[in-house]
Structures are given as C-alpha cells and as structure tokens.
Write a protein that binds this ligand. Sequence first.
Ligand code: NAI
Length: 263
Amino acid sequence: MYPDLKGKTVIITGAATGIGKACALRFGQEQANVVINFHSDKQVKETEEMIKEIKNSGGNAIAVQGDVTKESDIKQLIEKTISEFGSLDIMINNAGIENEVPSHELTLEDWNKVISTNLTGQFLGCREAIDYFLEHDIQGAIINMSSVHEIIPWPHFVHYAASKGGIKLMTQTLALEYAPKRIRINSIAPGAINTPINAEKFSDPKQKEGVLKLIPMGYIGEPEEIAATAVWLASNQASYVTGLTLIADGGMTLYPGFQAGKG
Ligand code: NAI
C-alpha cells in the first residue's frame, strides 16, 4: 500500500475493462479519488459496479464517458474531475485498441483509428494534464500505457507497434521537458496480459500455447500485476523516476529464444 495516494485524484482512460479497470480498483484500495473514463454505452453498468466496489474499499469514484481521440472529450474529462474532486494529481493514459491486418492490406482508416486512439489520445491526455499541473503548480504524475511492442516489432500490427513506439519517445520527451517542474511522466510496457483485448486469442488453446512460448516466466500476466506497477509509479516511492518505461512482461523482452544457453 502507498499511503500518499490516499485522497489523491487519478484519471484513468479506458478504465471499464482489463488493465484500466484493475488500475481503477487498485487506486480505490489506496483510497484515492478515481475517475473512470469509459468509451461505450455498453460499459455503463460495469462502471456503476466499479464505483460501488471502490467506495466499499474506502476510495471515491465517478465515471465519465468520453472518446480519447476527441480533444473536447479530454478537456471535459479534466473539467468534470476538477468540479467533482477539486484537483488532479495523476493521469493514466490507458485506452488502446489493436486489430490484426497484414501491413500491405492495412487501410488508411484502420491506421488512423489505431494511431488516433493509442498515440494521439495519449498525447491529448498528457497535454491537458500537464497544462493543469502547470497552472496549479502541482507536481503531478502521468503514466502512459505502452506495450512490449514499443521494443518488439509486430508483423500484422504495424499501426499498433508504431503507436507504442511513438509513446516511448513521447513519454521521454515530455519527461525531459517538464522535469524542472517536477512533473513525472513514465510508461508501463505490459507483456501478454489476460484482458478482453486478448480474449479471442487466448480462448484458442493453440494460439495461447504459442504466446506462452514467448514468456520465460511461463504464464499470462494478470491485470492486477500491471496495476501494482502503476500505483508504485504514481506514488512518492517513485519520486525520482521519470522518463522510464517500466516493463512488466514475465521476461518477454529478454530474447526467450536464447533461453537455456541457445544461440
Ligand atoms: P481492453 O480492451 O480491456 O481495454 C482497452 C479499453 O480502452 C477498453 O475499455 C475500451 O473501451 C477503451 N477504449 C477504446 N477506444 C477508446 C476511446 N477512443 N476512448 C476511450 N476509451 C477507449 O484491453 P487492455 O488489455 O486492458 O488494454 C489497455 C491498454 O494496455 C491498451 O493501451 C493496450 O494497448 C495496453 N496493453 C495491453 C496488453 C495486453 O496483453 N492486454 C499488452 C500491452 C499493452
């Protein structure tokens, strides 16, 4: 537990499912004020349940619908946060999408959709949070949800890999730019995590086996294991950490092909 997170206000985008949801519930356990951004009308019920759970664990929460690709929605997300909780301390840009297409068949529409959600959406979240932190002299923290694919090339997912590679240098650049203001900006790079984004892949035993071969620790990660890294990065325990990509991947980026002395 991180006592300094108690009473802090955190926005998490795309927080009705998967990693974002696990982060929201974990910040709730830390007794933070949690703003659950969600995208689809279908997620309303889920966010209502989450609000109850967060309040039961001693935190506070609201849900705000919004599309991270829309500048006006991000601005509104920050405004609603301030009007409800009076401040913003932590911004987690988590919303992301992917779809598999051979690169020579990838439409401009699909390319733009992934880049605008995963990269532009995170930029807008960073920009609005930084602007607020500067205006109110807050030494805030920003966490961008990247991926091991900011390092590992990924055929058939060129738009996704490009978005995550972009997040890496966006995070480092912003971290450098705002370090003098003590605003810390970091990323998390999860490996294969058990969330809806992977549901179809992991429901096929053959595909799941293929993924497991890429993970030296031998299991698919749980969203709570990513949330555990997010609360640390947001807390004062990480006060001197900025510009970092924290990799949480069970060893996926350690060249598993070289295991047992191969190579
Ligand atoms: P998920 O599909 O459960 O979560 C993504 C969330 O983003 C969903 O709730 C979705 O409604 C929301 N979203 C999509 N478009 C949006 C938009 N325009 N505006 C607002 N919200 C929007 O999947 P997961 O795994 O929890 O993904 C979260 C983040 O973690 C993503 O950025 C993903 O790229 C990243 N990640 C996930 C990994 C995994 O294995 N699950 C591995 C590496 C990174």
